[in-house]
Ligand binder design. Structure first.
Ligand code: CA
Length: 313
């Protein structure tokens, strides 16, 4: 099978992540799927935003200076959608307000807005019609336990949007992804979703979510368990390789032996995560050496060209 290109937060190498222009660019650059990270507003609306915080990608600290919590952070869940819609989204910055990626889009105020999931679906369906394409959705539910503690069910809220858009059925081009195994089990067994589920795999040091042992998850025994509720895994690129960062680990083969897809994250030309000398070598490593089935890429055009050059339809 030809591997898939998942545009990571849209074509995020070129425009501020998760804005509608960034999504439109990903569509134009040939992504097979476009990623949506979902968090909920205070009034329970699924919005497309990577962090549960707002200050790294918006002007919230200027707009609502008194609305931070004691930890200094501005949480999306403390704002209603109408308030969130007044924020201007910019390129991602660090705590000291310097750009995370120097060579990317400048940190400027273009009056870009945080999209709702519904709005992003209208955009992608519109482009699928006008461009005669079938670009799909790759939806991550962020921090389900955090939302549950606030009385909100992020999985149910997300499914409700997809239902309303006619996209919650088994032939829809939609994946669900989550780091939390309990949420994936809930989606499968309680919400009866017909959509494929991808178990994201992080590093235990991130504690996201706390208590999940991703080292164990990557073993034969761990993957046996994942295969009972998920259709694939979403490992971090370093997990695909041994400590040299170049030789494939056993992970992809063990996943494939259980019928699990492997969609890894994240390809970034300006931040190589493994031991490869350049971006072309990293593409070769993940697709030709490790043998993954798809990848999240900040540079969907470059990844599209590599896959088209090396795999038949
Ligand atoms: Ca994500």
């Amino acid at each position: 099978m030809k591997p898939i290109v998942i545009a990571h937060r849209g074509a995020s190498a070129y425009l501020p992540e998760h804005t509608l222009p960034c999504v439109a660019a990903a569509h134009a650059l040939g992504a097979d799927y476009i990623e949506q990270d979902i968090v909920l507003s205070r009034d329970g609306v699924p919005i497309v935003l990577h962090d549960i915080y707002l200050e790294s990608t918006t002007n919230v600290a200027q707009q609502f200076p008194s609305r931070g919590r004691d930890d200094g952070r501005f949480y999306a869940i403390d704002f209603d959608l109408t308030e969130l819609k007044t924020l201007s989204v910019h390129e991602r910055v660090d705590a000291d307000e310097s750009p995370v990626f120097d060579g990317r889009f400048p940190v400027v105020d273009l009056q870009l807005r945080i999209p709702t999931l519904s709005e992003e679906i209208i955009l992608i369906e519109g482009l699928n019609k006008s461009r005669d394409m079938s670009t799909g959705y790759y939806i991550e539910m962020k921090a389900p336990a955090f939302h549950a503690a606030a009385g909100l069910d992020i999985a149910k809220a997300t499914i409700d949007v997809l239902e309303a858009a006619g996209l919650h059925h088994e032939s829809a081009a939609v994946f669900f992804q989550c780091f939390d195994p309990e949420t994936l089990r809930y989606l499968k067994h309680d919400l009866d979703t017909p959509l494929p589920l991808i178990q994201l795999m992080g590093d235990n040091s991130w504690e996201e979510p706390p208590g999940v042992d991703f080292d164990l998850m990557g073993t034969e025994q761990g993957l046996d368990e994942v295969a009972t509720y998920a259709d694939g895994i979403g490992p971090w690129i370093p997990q695909l390789f041994k400590v040299d960062g170049l030789t494939p680990s056993q992970l992809v083969g063990a996943a494939h032996a259980r019928g699990l897809l492997v969609h890894a994250y994240t390809l970034r030309a300006d931040s190589l995560e493994s031991g490869f000398k350049d971006f072309a070598a990293l593409h070769q490593g993940v697709f030709l050496d490790a043998g993954i089935d798809g990848v999240f890429s900040d540079f969907p055009d470059i990844t599209r060209r590599f896959i088209d050059a090396h795999f038949n339809a």
